[in-house]
Design a protein around this ligand. Structure first.
Ligand code: XMP
Length: 331
């Protein structure tokens, strides 16, 4: 629409002015903020932008393919797909503590990113999808200062010794809903713009205990079923109410794989396989959440599809705990 187009023109002019003929790099995660930043910066400076997508192997089913499809094929952005799956898999072997998983995954992410960034010639800027609430969270609440007077969380990026890029953060005055509108206006697909929040450490913190290739494979398939069914459920609510954020729409919905087995029966045979936990919550900001009161037929279909379609799973349970006292994630 008219206003969004104006905002885009203004941002494009700003970015061109700031960057000139220089080159920019961006860490693309497939999330809303980094994707909209990529689309916007690319609109401004075209092939002066290179996107680096670090694939740690713990993204959801179909996500690496979506990033390739949208950015390489549709937008034609120079994209470096870093296949780090094997390195992450080796690094996480034997690790079961959730905070240690987070630390290792986060540290390795920047290592992978900077090792690519340093090989490229003449990059001077790093574009980041920092949005306004990120800035408030990282500073204003702690300092009590006005948001406009505090610095964004720039310095959280662990630049390696001797490495420095200036930052471009074109979304740093926007709220999430505005970022989504920008994304739509820039031509990003709905499924990306309306993507649910997904943690940086990915499926690693939805596999309780050690992450193994076998558990990852099971979780990806089970999670794909949960998303397919609840994407459709949210879509039906949207069509009925005209509101994407309608009260009963699910905010986050996913599968979790606990580190236990349970007995089941199949034909005349006793099975001893994995249960899958389904987590679906309503929330507006992830600070508090309630379990989604899904219709029984929706829960039932998710359950029967998972046990039918995913090898190694013989039981499905639904998490009915609000936050607090539980958290949204299991780890
Ligand atoms: P919890 O589980 O604390 O999660 O209720 C609140 C929100 O934060 C997300 N989350 C994470 N996001 N890295 C992230 O980028 C993380 O390590 C992480 N842990 C939780 C969670 O998905 C929810 O939206």
């Amino acid at each position: 629409d008219w206003t969004m187009d104006n905002i885009i023109d203004e941002k494009v002019a700003e970015i061109r002015e700031q960057v000139g003929e220089k080159k920019v790099i961006l860490a693309l995660s497939g999330g809303v903020d980094s994707s909209v930043t990529a689309a916007l910066v690319h609109r401004a400076i075209g092939d002066q932008l290179t996107c680096v997508f670090v694939n740690h192997g713990m993204l959801r089913k179909g996500e690496p393919e979506m990033v390739e499809e949208v950015f390489r094929k549709q937008f034609n952005v120079p994209l470096i797909h870093v296949h780090a799956e094997e390195r992450y898999s080796r690094m996480l072997a034997g690790v079961s503590d959730p905070e240690q998983k987070r630390r290792l995954i986060g540290t390795q992410f920047w290592k992978e990113f900077f090792s690519v960034a340093q090989e490229l010639d003449g990059i001077e800027y790093l574009a980041q999808g920092t949005i306004y609430p990120d800035i408030i969270e990282s500073g204003a609440r702690k300092t009590g200062g006005k948001a406009s007077t505090i610095k964004s969380h720039h310095n959280l990026i662990p630049f390696p010794d001797g490495v420095h890029f200036d930052l471009i953060e074109p979304l740093d005055h926007f709220f999430k809903d505005e970022v989504r509108e920008l994304g739509i206006a820039l031509g990003l697909p709905d499924k990306l713009v309306w993507r649910q929040p997904f943690p940086g450490p990915g499926l690693a913190i939805r596999i309780i205990g050690e992450v193994t290739p076998e558990k990852l494979a099971i979780l990806k398939e089970a999670d794909a079923v949960v998303r397919e069914e609840l994407d459709a459920y949210n879509q039906r609510l949207f069509e009925e109410t005209g509101d994407r954020n309608s009260e009963h729409a699910c905010w986050q919905y996913f599968a979790v794989l606990p580190d236990i087995r349970s007995v089941g029966v199949m034909g005349d045979e006793r099975t001893y396989q994995r249960p899958v936990i389904v987590r679906a919550v309503e929330s507006s900001d992830a600070m508090t959440a309630d379990w989604a009161k899904l219709p029984y037929d929706v829960i039932g279909r998710i359950s029967s599809r998972i046990v039918d379609e995913v090898d190694g799973v013989n039981r499905v349970v639904y998490d009915v705990t609000p936050k607090p006292p539980a958290t949204i994630e299991w780890e």
